[in-house]
Write a protein that binds this ligand. Sequence first.
Ligand code: NAI
Ligand code: 3PY
Length: 327
Amino acid sequence: MSEPTRSRIFVTRKIPGAALDRLREAHDVSIWPDELPPTPEQLLENVAGCDGLLTMLSDRIDETVIKAAGPQLKVVSNYAVGFNNIDLKAAREHGVCVGNTPDVLTGATADLAVTLLLAAARRVEEGAAEVREGRWGAWKPSALLGVEPEGKTVGVVGMGRIGKAFAERMVRGWNMKLLYTSRSDQADVDESLRGRRVDLDELLAESDFVSIHVALTDDTRNLIDAAALSKMKSTAVLVNTARGEIIDQDALVDAIKGGRIFAAGLDVTTPEPLPPSHPLVGLPRVIILPHIGSATDTSRCGMAEIAVDNVLAGVAGRPLRCEVPLG
Ligand SMILES: NC(=O)C1=CN([C@@H]2O[C@H](COP(=O)(O)OP(=O)(O)OC[C@H]3O[C@@H](n4cnc5c(N)ncnc54)[C@H](O)[C@@H]3O)[C@@H](O)[C@H]2O)C=CC1
Ligand SMILES: O=C(O)C(=O)CO
């Protein structure tokens, strides 16, 4: 009996868990060894001749990369649920399947959105900085006053998997009223969470807390711009765990400085990493985390299993476990 064909796979970063062992057993795998990602030039060099790529959300996989890999490339398996870093049109044109890692990170990312909402609302960053920097003075009745979610209105922009998990937490945990935007009606959300689908303008005007959960597309880039921010309540808290490009960051700096919204909690920014000199960094009432929404052992190992399954299926010409529709 002939040996099964071994494919060439490039993995652009070490990933947690044992899933990569399964890939190594079946195929010839090279893993980028550094903590820092390959530069665009290094990526082009390393993909040449590969049948499959296992990529990170920070790797830009455009037509140049797909062509540099060569016509034998069958699959790009992204170690993320988001796939805005991949040129889907180029993938389709070159007959390459694209995989992503949904569901296993939904709870962790929704938890982080709740964390950011509470941390921003209760000014946790400013308080912790006072302690760290020796500025903790006498207890003051009106120091670091925040806002409470209980019974208020939460607006979820994009009622997908994570949007829904976040909404469940806020409605069940804090008895909040739910408004959301969605491209289609969601009867289950309306029934089980007493949600109401509205347009973005109404959501921004009526919500005390707004959390972004849409995918980044040409339609959602800069969705939250100066005009959108101006529609929000001056007491509102804005949370973003989706993608940095969905918010116009210059407009957000102006809105926070001008007191046009109360606070913001961001897990994602443009660029990433955000340089410490950026005007958002250190701004009171803005808390920024380094894109850790899915950073739990459980989620990242689950993502690794799916990403490896996607590569194994893709190089074998089978449907992927989680395949991104290419239109
Ligand atoms: N901070 C982090 O570590 C993480 C961030 N994410 C981000 O969260 C996003 C959402 O993930 P999931 O909920 O699993 O994806 P999903 O596909 O279930 O949800 C995305 C939602 O956005 C909606 N949408 C897309 N374009 C829209 C538009 N123009 N207007 C209104 N709605 C629109 C879709 O209909 C869908 O309901 C990912 O695309 C990713 O960017 C995901 C996981 C971790
Ligand atoms: O999965 C994603 O899209 C992330 O941003 C990180 O898990």
